[in-house]
Design a binder for this molecule. Structure first.
Ligand SMILES: NC(=O)c1ccc[n+]([C@@H]2O[C@H](COP(=O)([O-])OP(=O)(O)OC[C@H]3O[C@@H](n4cnc5c(N)ncnc54)[C@H](O)[C@@H]3O)[C@@H](O)[C@H]2O)c1
Length: 255
């Protein structure tokens, strides 16, 4: 197994939800975390709690990502692990009351979720491939992107979100192939329903009802369970080019 303890890791969206749980888990694994998040206050607070650093980054802006990478490298050296968790939701139908889907909303969703993952992965991979190999297989780094089950079973109103996550799914194998000869692995996780601040805001009975739709276990996922899978992916050298559903066997209904 690959042990990245002592090396730098970047977790985007690491101020909240799945990213925050993953940052905490990787810090417990001994990695030196830099959180990239546009919510600087929350990122600073969580970074302090887990003994890491943070950079105020908007992942949709390539220049902002570049400055964040400089901050991460100055704090912890070349990052060997990148976890892309930054993302936004947003719901709108293709046509609603006769009006076409707002192209601005579609573009914004693609820009943050898909381009944001691409911006961080491509720029950080450029640093990884220039670094010395670490460990027996000549590994130089690991990238984990966060898709969603919406990439496969997008619901009514999830047009833009599902398209952005479908792009992340499709990007995984070619990115793994592109970086294979440099020893950088790339995987994606497609979560089902997890109890993050997004879902915390829903009334208790709605949370319970959503959880009951999961075949087994019939509950919402704990972000720590997402962090545990990401931690395993970083360590298992044979996991590469794969998208893993983490969803208790749920297949989302049309609505
Ligand atoms: N919670 C779920 O059930 C679930 C299910 C499937 C997929 N996901 C995906 O997991 C990821 C994390 O979701 P979450 O539920 O933890 O959400 P969250 O809202 O709790 O966390 C998202 C974080 O991303 C940050 N962020 C948003 N836009 C950004 C930008 N442009 N630049 C930098 N940071 C930005 C936010 O500030 C926030 O800290 C998202 O990509 C989401 O689509 C979540």
């Amino acid at each position: 197994m690959q042990d990245w303890a002592g090396y730098g890791a970047i977790v985007t969206g690491g101020a909240s939800g799945l990213g925050a749980a993953t940052a905490a888990r990787l810090a417990a694994d001994g990695l030196k975390i830099t959180i990239f998040d546009r919510n600087a206050d929350l990122a600073a607070e969580h970074a302090k709690a887990i003994g890491g650093a943070f950079a105020p980054v908007d992942v949709s802006d390539p220049a902002s990502v570049a400055s964040g990478i400089d901050i991460a490298c100055a704090a912890h050296g070349t990052p060997r692990v990148l976890i892309n968790c930054a993302g936004i939701g947003g719901a709108a139908k293709t046509v609603s009351r006769g009006v076409a889907h707002d192209p601005g909303l579609f573009e914004r969703t693609i820009r943050v979720n898909l381009m944001g993952s691409f911006n961080c992965a491509s720029q950080i991979a450029a640093r990884m491939v220039a670094a010395d190999p670490v460990g027996a297989d000549g590994a130089r780094g690991v990238i984990v992107n966060t898709a969603s089950v919406a990439a496969f079973d997008g619901q009514v109103g999830q047009l833009a979100y599902a398209a952005s996550k479908g792009g992340i799914v499709s990007m995984t194998l070619p990115m793994a192939r592109d970086l294979a000869d440099k020893g950088v692995r790339v995987c994606a996780v497609a979560p089902g329903l997890f109890l993050t601040p997004l879902l915390h805001e829903l009334p208790e009975e709605v949370q319970v009802s959503l959880g009951e739709q999961v075949p087994f276990p019939s509950r919402l996922g704990d972000p720590a369970e997402f962090g545990a899978l990401v931690s395993h992916i970083t360590q298992n050298p044979m996991l590469n080019g794969e998208v893993i559903r983490l969803d208790g066997a749920i297949r989302m209904a049309p609505r």
